[in-house]
Design a protein around this ligand. Structure first.
Ligand code: FES
Ligand code: FES
Length: 161
């Protein structure tokens, strides 16, 4: 089938079987290797993308669901100010990462902060339940997201935010 969608801000067309994984389309047809391959069953989070403003595991999204949707991968997101807020916040909190699931963590944080600019600890932990990171303690992750939220608020609204 032919699938039209918006990928990182551009109109694109892909030809795929209806049940082909979005993950394979991104890596195979568009060479977007920042979306990683892991468990292929929705349990590790290394393949996360933003699909219509939600962070989802692209290994579980069939091609037919992608039609007319908007997808942002880490390659597109890394061009934004929001990306800088998050990586700076993570770094400030001392998150040590091997990089394997970084894109998933960053995209999940972005969707959370779009929805809840100053999330609680529980809201942060809930937003990361789909990501199994071997490198990051939950409390460090909470600190990193809170730091990112603070940086983002200051960028948007100034020092007193
Ligand atoms: S590869 Fe998609 S969640 Fe693990
Ligand atoms: S950054 Fe290493 S597994 Fe998540």
């Amino acid at each position: 089938m032919t699938i039209n969608f918006i990928l990182n801000g551009e109109d694109v067309i892909s030809h795929a079987e209806a049940d082909e994984r979005l993950l394979n389309i991104l890596r195979g047809s568009f060479k977007l290797f920042g979306t990683k391959t892991g468990c292929l069953s929705g349990r590790c989070g290394v393949c996360f993308v933003i699909l219509n403003s939600k962070a989802v595991p692209s290994c579980l999204v069939p091609a037919f669901r992608v039609r007319n949707s908007e997808i942002i991968t880490i390659e597109g997101f890394s061009q934004t100010d929001e990306y800088q807020d998050i990586v700076t916040g993570f770094s400030r909190a001392g998150l040590e990462c091997c990089g394997y699931c970084d894109s998933g963590k960053i995209l999940a944080a972005s969707v959370l902060l779009d929805r809840i600019p100053r999330p609680s600890r529980d809201e942060i932990l809930a937003a990361f339940t789909g990501i199994r990171c071997r490198c990051t303690e939950p409390e460090s992750l909470v600190e990193g997201v809170l730091a990112a939220a603070d940086i983002r608020q200051r960028r948007l609204y100034g020092r007193g935010a």
